[in-house]
Design a protein around this ligand. Structure first.
Ligand code: ATP
Ligand code: MG
Length: 224
């Protein structure tokens, strides 16, 4: 199914959770993608105390997707030292998979940040987009960014419309999609760990066990 169309979910995955997994599964089915490529980001040039190492985040993501044959992981960003830019990642992926169409999946929060990324206008030329709903962020906030009529925005907001497809001036497709609202974030998971609270049912058990056994996200932990 979906031969020729590959979904990409980039993120820090610090840690990966059911929000990422469910979003990817719903987008894959509804848009008809042959697979989803999870791309954990690399280590930043300056150490961030809250950020687990790229190796750990890659391993947690690998564990999380293991049971889904349509999910794959790419180490293209996390094997690099220093900053990696999405633009470079997409150029490399296009070379590795000639003839494929790429659909970059992101939550409304992340799509709103694109102007702050490296060479955003180039990025918009390299991939199509699927912008998914995320609790706390309204599709209306995209109104200055994508051409969508007011009626479609309210239908998306009210849940009467599940998917809206629009085309950018450069010919790129943008899908706006309502997905099952899962108010889960890695920030909250890290906070719960720090407070010694349970993170059960927010992420796969294999990832929970990994976090516990590697002592991640604890106050003053050296094992990030
Ligand atoms: P953090 O709180 O550390 O920023 P996060 O939960 O936002 O972590 P990221 O790795 O930053 O996770 O997110 C990767 C991508 O997944 C982003 O495009 C983000 O918008 C999307 N995403 C993450 N969680 C959800 C969710 N619960 N619903 C919809 N999209 C999500
Ligand atoms: Mg985030």
């Amino acid at each position: 199914m979906g031969k020729g169309r590959i979904g990409i979910l980039g993120g820090t995955f610090n840690p990966v959770h059911y929000g990422h997994l469910r979003v990817s599964e719903e987008v894959r089915e509804r848009i008809g993608l042959e697979k989803i490529l999870f791309i954990p980001s690399g280590n930043p040039p300056l150490k961030d105390l809250e950020l687990a190492s790229a190796e750990y985040r890659h391993e947690m993501t690998r564990l999380a997707i293991a049971s889904n044959p349509s999910f794959e992981i790419s180490d293209i960003e996390c094997k690099k030292t220093g900053k990696s830019y999405t633009v470079d990642t997409l150029i490399a992926l296009r070379e590795m998979h000639p003839g494929k169409k790429f659909y970059f999946i992101l939550g409304i929060d992340a799509f709103l940040d694109i102007p702050l990324w490296y060479h955003p206008e180039r990025l918009m030329e390299l991939t199509h987009f699927v912008v998914v709903s995320r609790p706390g962020f309204s599709f209306m906030r995209l109104s200055s960014r994508v051409a969508v009529d007011a009626e479609a925005f309210s239908a998306l907001e009210s849940g009467h419309l599940n998917v809206y497809r629009t085309v950018l001036e450069n010919g790129g497709e943008v899908f706006l999609m309502n997905v099952t609202p899962l108010d889960i974030s890695a920030t909250v998971i890290r906070r719960l760990v720090k407070q010694g609270m349970s993170i059960k049912y927010l992420l796969p058990e294999s990832v929970e066990s990994f976090i516990i056994s590697h002592n991640l996200y604890k106050e003053g932990s050296d094992h990030l």
